[in-house]
Every structure is written in structure tokens, then in C-alpha cells.
Design a protein around this ligand. Structure first.
Ligand SMILES: *Cc1c(COP(=O)(O)O)cnc(C)c1O
Length: 407
């Protein structure tokens, strides 16, 4: 049995682990990321409700932002997604080979392809970004040769200046490609540079350019089945005016608003919890160094617990001296340099034993009467690291098994 099979077998298992030997069902590694597919679905519903229940292309690139592409894609399709979005054609491969995702499920690749990708786009039946004449010609020829019709989305660069054609080129582009065989440009899209910022002026500027481009094309007789622009930031924006006929939420699905600059943020819950367990304990006198470089010295007699998670799992080394964990409803500091595979927690005189569950991300019932719950999320780490939760979530590495359940 491979480790993947072991993880699969855990799907829908009872998640009420006893506090010791966590998690006893997974013998190969006690560090796991628990993915709650019910929360993923609830987030998706909240996002769509905010956007007036237009159609949706949930973005499952980067292995569903670190949550695992196949189970997340399956849950989102069951929840009514119109199509799935990935960044690269290679990311669609596991979706096309896993029986849980029907082969007919539309998958759009949201970064433009190279011409030499044509055969793979045909084989995997992927929708692509129309942004280059040369690519359109090669894709058309390959689609015709293999007897397929590929769907495409005209990608307009309204100001992000990353992908797509310029607004003033859109009409000529459509005229040049409209008769290419075996291609259907059924979508038009753009991407915002600042939708997560409180200052909406550049967002409005991009939005207006997009609307003007759509109008120009419409006046010339070009209409599109899908009009889409909104990432999570544009959906969370209070005015919510960029939803068009399809939305492309990413980070919000996984439980995070893209920034703290929203007047009415989406009501979301983190989908991923990160857990491990104490693998050894040592009682140290005051003045003893802990970990590489002796950067931490015990201040008094204390107990140091070792946990089997390190920077090779995505617990970034720069979190050294800035990280805390939850054990038994209380916070404890990670002390000393974070190692590749392990790190140490100062638990003082707390009576925990080997096997006790240690939580790095998520929430748990507080040990104190005054507070109900304690929690740590990817935003807390991101703020310590001066980055965004996207980078934290996608940075939880493949070494951490993902365990799926529905709460
Ligand atoms: C990643 C991506 C999204 C999703 O963005 P979020 O900020 O995570 O919601 C949408 N559209 C495109 C083109 C993207 O690359």
C-alpha cells in the first residue's frame, strides 16, 4: 500500500482522535494537513452568494493552493462549479486521469500557452487563453488534425501587464482568428492588479477598459458565452461590480480574504488544519541552548518538546522566534532555530507526554474559561513573514500528507 492509498483510506474517517498517538490511523508520518471539504464547499457557497450566484470557475492551480487538486476539484464540481481553472496544462493531468473527475469537466488554463503545447491541450481537452495569433493558428491546426474543437478565452490586458492582448488590438485579433477552424472563442477575460486594495481607482480604470473592449467587440458582432474578471479580491469588494457572468475565485475558497483592506470581507473559514504530535520530551536546566546555532537558551528549568515538522514541510525557517503552536487548548512558543524536519516547543511545566497532538494551523477549544477557542491561521504566519496567506498555503510541501474529511 502506498502512502497515497493510506491517505485515501482515511477519507471520511472519524476525526475525533484521542489526544495521544496523534494520528494513530496514519503510521508513516504524524504530521498531517487535514482538509475539511465541507468547509471548502461552504466557502464556495458564500463566495457565489456574494457574487449574485453567477457561474464560477474555482481556481485549483498550485494543487488547489496546497490543499490537493483532485478531492478539492471533485467537491467544487459537486457544489455546482461550471469549470475548473488551473495555471498550467500540466496541472490538469491529474484531473484528467483520476476517475473522480468526469472527462467532460471543462478545465481552463488561465496562463497563455506556448504553440508547442497544442498536442497536449488537445489530448487533455483544455480551454486556453487566446492571446497570440501564432498560438491560435498552431492550436487550430492541431485541433483540426485530431478532430477536436478547443474552447478559448480572449485574454485582455487591461492594466495588469502580465498576460493578454492590448484592448486596442482586440477587434483586429478577433477578426484574424474568427475563421480559424476547430477553435471557439467562447470567453473573454481580464485580470485585476489591485482588487485587494482599499483604493479602488486603478481597479475601476481596468474595469472600464474591460467594459469598453467588450462593447467594441459587441458592436462588431462578437459576443461571448463567458465574461470573467473577478478574482477573490474583486468578489469581496463591497460594490461587487466585476462579477459579469463567471467568477474566478481562488484564495477565498480555501478560507482567506486576499487582504485586510475590505469593508465587508467574505465570511470564510480556513479549510486546512496542520497538526503533528510530540515525538520526544526533555527536561532541561536553566541556561541550556536549544537547536542549531544556540539561538535560544532556556531561562529556567523547563520541558522542551520536539515535534516532527520543519522547513522542508513549509514551516518556514524565518518563523524562528515568531511562531507558536497549540497544545491542549493553550499556546506555546516554538523555540530555537526551526530545522529541516523538526523544531522544538517550550512547554514549561505542562504535563504533556509523547504522542500529544500539537496543532500549528487551525482552531481548538481553549483550556481557559474566559476564551472559548484559540486559533492560528496562515494569515498569522504571513504577517510574521511579511507575505500573504497564498504563499503560506502553497508552501506546505508535498511531504505533508493531506487527509480529507467532511465535517
Ligand atoms: C490565481 C488566479 C485567480 C485567483 O486569484 P485569487 O486572488 O486567489 O482569488 C484568478 N484568475 C487568474 C487569472 C489567476 O491567475
Amino acid at each position: 500500500m502506498t502512502s497515497v492509498d493510506l491517505v485515501r483510506n482515511l477519507i471520511n474517517h472519524d476525526m475525533n482522535y484521542t489526544t495521544h498517538d496523534y494520528p494513530k490511523e496514519y503510521p508513516l508520518r504524524t504530521t498531517v494537513a487535514e482538509i475539511d471539504l465541507a468547509v471548502l464547499r461552504a466557502n464556495f457557497r458564500a463566495i457565489r452568494a456574494r457574487a449574485g450566484n453567477v457561474e464560477a470557475m474555482p481556481v485549483v492551480k498550485a494543487d488547489a493552493y496546497g490543499h490537493g487538486i483532485v478531492p478539492c476539484a471533485e467537491a467544487l464540481m459537486q457544489e455546482g462549479a461550471t469549470m475548473l481553472g488551473v495555471a498550467f496544462a500540466a496541472e490538469a493531468e491529474p484531473l484528467r486521469t483520476d476517475m473522480r473527475i468526469p472527462y467532460e469537466t471543462p478545465i481552463a488554463v488561465v496562463t497563455p500557452p506556448f504553440p508547442h503545447g497544442a498536442a497536449e491541450y488537445c489530448r487533455l481537452n483544455l480551454e486556453f487563453c487566446a492571446a497570440s495569433l501564432e498560438t491560435m493558428r498552431v492550436f487550430s491546426a492541431e485541433a483540426a488534425r485530431t478532430g477536436r474543437t478547443l474552447n478559448a478565452h480572449l485574454t485582455i490586458d487591461t492594466g495588469m501587464h502580465r498576460d493578454g492582448i492590448q484592448p486596442h488590438e482586440a477587434l483586429e485579433f478577433m477578426r484574424s482568428v474568427e475563421h480559424l477552424p476547430n477553435l471557439t472563442i467562447h470567453g473573454i477575460c481580464t485580470h485585476f492588479a489591485t482588487s485587494d486594495e482599499a483604493d479602488k481607482s486603478y481597479f475601476q480604470f481596468q474595469l472600464q477598459r474591460f467594459r469598453d473592449t467588450i462593447q467594441t467587440l459587441r458592436d462588431a458582432g462578437f459576443d461571448f458565452r463567458y465574461i470573467h474578471a473577478a478574482n477573490s479580491g474583486a468578489i469581496a469588494d463591497a460594490r461587487n461590480e466585476a462579477t459579469f457572468t463567471l467568477i474566478r475565485p481562488g484564495i477565498a475558497l480555501y478560507g482567506y480574504n486576499p487582504s485586510h483592506e475590505f469593508s465587508s470581507p467574505l465570511d470564510l473559514k480556513p479549510v486546512m488544519a496542520l497538526k503533528t504530535s510530540i515525538i520526544s520530551l526533555r527536561r532541561l536546566a536553566a541556561g541550556e541552548p536549544v537547536s542549531y546555532g544556540r539561538r535560544y537558551t532556556t531561562l529556567r528549568e523547563t520541558t522542551i518538546a520536539t515535534i516532527p515538522i520543519g522547513y522542508a514541510d513549509g514551516l518556514r525557517r524565518n518563523l524562528t522566534e515568531k511562531l507558536r503552536v497549540m497544545i491542549g487548548g493553550q499556546y506555546f512558543p516554538v523555540v530555537g532555530t526551526i530545522c529541516m524536519d523538526q523544531c522544538m516547543v517550550d512547554i514549561g511545566d505542562a504535563p504533556f507526554s509523547v504522542g500529544e497532538m500539537v496543532q500549528l494551523l487551525g482552531s481548538q477549544k481553549s483550556a481557559f474559561a474566559e476564551i472559548e477557542e484559540i486559533h492560528i491561521d496562515a494569515d498569522d504566519w504571513a504577517q510574521q513573514l511579511r507575505t500573504i496567506p497564498y504563499e503560506i498555503l502553497t508552501g506546505i510541501t508535498a511531504r505533508v500528507p493531506r487527509i480529507y474529511f467532511t465535517s
